[in-house]
Design a protein around this ligand. Structure first.
Ligand code: HEC
Length: 119
């Protein structure tokens, strides 16, 4: 979630700069610049993924059974359970117990699995 907000902040900053007739950026817009280094460190530790795309995929395919915050619903909690991306990917593609296999492109499934692993 923090990353999502950072990404939004970046987009906002870029949009503001593209305006041309805008005055120099307000001082507070300079602040988020320290964040990317932080973000890169996190991505290195957990594998590369697109959190925004993963979140969208999760909402489209998993949220109904695993809850809005991966806290579990009819299916078990996914956040903080210590599953590896490979385990998660395997469940997405093959199903497990009463969970059906979820038919989404492999690339999306891998991105989603890495994102869930980091939650
Ligand atoms: C139709 C409801 C449903 C949907 C949709 C669904 N799941 Fe599940 N999921 C379950 C149930 C139920 C289980 C428990 C299966 C079992 O072990 O019997 C489960 C188990 C899992 C597990 C293993 C958890 C564990 O502790 O063993 C993972 C990982 C998982 N789901 C990921 C996902 C992902 C990612 C998606 C979306 C791509 C998704 N699920 C979509 C119902 C669902």
């Amino acid at each position: 979630m923090k990353k999502f907000l950072l990404a939004l902040g970046l987009v906002t900053a870029l949009t503001a700069c593209g305006g041309g007739d805008e005055a120099a950026p307000a001082p507070e817009e300079a602040a988020p610049e320290e964040a990317p280094a932080d973000e890169a460190a996190v991505e290195e530790a957990t594998g590369d993924f697109d959190a925004t795309a993963a979140r969208e995929q999760y909402e489209a395919s998993c949220i109904s059974c695993h809850g809005g915050n991966l806290e579990g619903a009819m299916g078990p909690a996914l956040a903080g359970e210590g599953h590896t991306a490979e385990q998660i990917l395997n469940v997405i593609q093959n199903g497990q117990g009463t969970m059906p296999a979820i038919n989404i492109p492999a690339e999306d499934a891998e991105n989603l699995a890495r994102w869930i692993e980091s939650q």
